[in-house]
Design a protein around this ligand. Sequence first.
Ligand code: PMP
Length: 465
Amino acid sequence: GQPLPTPPVAHPTQAEVEPASKEDSPASPSAQLHHTSAQPLVAAADGLTFILSTGQVVLDAISGGAAVSCLGNGNAEVLETMLKQGKQMAYAYHQSLGHEIGEKLAEWLCERSDGALVAGAFLNSGSEAMEAAIKLVRQYWVECGRPEKQHIIARFPSYHGNTLGALGVGSIPSRRDIYKPLLCDKIHHVTSPQYKRLSKPGESEEEYSARLASELEDTILSIGPDKVMAFFAEPVVGAALGVMPPPKGYFPAIAAVCKRYDILLVMDEVMSGSGRVGEFFAHQAVAEGVKPDVLAMAKGLGGGYVTISAIMVGQKVANKVRQGGQWKNSHTYQNHPINCAVAQKVMEIIERDDLLSNVRARGEQLISEMTEATRDIPSVVDIRGKGLFVGVELDGSIGLKPRIAARVKEQAFKNGLLVMGLSGTIDGVQGETIVLGPAYTVTEEQISEIVRLLAKSIEEVIEAL
Ligand code: PMP
């Protein structure tokens, strides 16, 4: 029952960088626990634009800061839907009163899953959906009459949320270390795929994927296959590695191992789902036909207008849970009518306006223009991504404090561009990535402007060194 030793990793786990300067923090404490006094104040927002209290205009290249606002701010149809639903019925407790709004949204999503998913429920954050996934896989095995299945295998590095269960499944030391004594000790971590960084010379993507699948198999065998209930993975890694799509063959190889040992496959699409990588579900874009048993989504689902997440399940899990009677999960705001109605509208707009085509086309434009614009900047070491989810990796060997991603993020903001900066160190190796994830409505011109401002900001930071 003890966790396996963490596999050696040649690259850091990343966490969102600290603000580059704290000198402007006022002496008087803020009334907010997570005080925001060092952060710029937003006065208004429209489309992909924030207007600050100083009057400065900022172009949003990361959907509100965290890959959430997939339609931008100020979408009149979404706001009308919110008001209309609020007038008809703002709230009904899901244990006492049913409504068709959640039912309709679950059906709508299942219909677009190529048969992978047959049922879902709606919660309020990515972490809540991940907690529900952890509990659901447990319930599944108990209903199957196999209560000895209690262990979870996830990956290193990974981020699956900030509640205790989700922090336990994830593995970013800076986010979980102080809580370690409170975290479940039945969680084990295998290497998260980073083909370019960690493959052996001459090793193909498929060979690398097969190697990681056998690491998973070895881990299952060392715990005991009868004790493992699920494997958790993000189809495209977001915050843990600054956007990392999987290498070829990864999900088929992993899924074969899970099948061999009767282990559920849980996909965390909190960040990469809801259209971000060019399909409604992220696994449809990168998992080569592999389907999840359980899936979590959030962020883009509500487009930032509501705080909604979803847990979705395939037939196998749905059958067992229904046979057993009831899904043992309940929160006061589960299936909240306004959340569900708004998410339904956000999804319908994406489909009606064919925004997924725009996600794919603008994503390709972003990678190719960014690659071109930074060709002569050696400090840009990798540009990668899928759809409108792109990581621009900077040379982490430059021994700076504040770190280079923090500096670029700050410089970009001065230049009128909002990006995410990820940074982290393990064993003295520094990883620095700028993450881009604009709204799905982003135009060709806005992509070129994002590229221009980011390349200029990187150049200015490098020149100042
Ligand atoms: N899983 C992944 C992959 C995430 O990126 C996040 C949030 N960054 C979460 C879970 C947790 O979601 P939330 O912050 O909404 O609780």
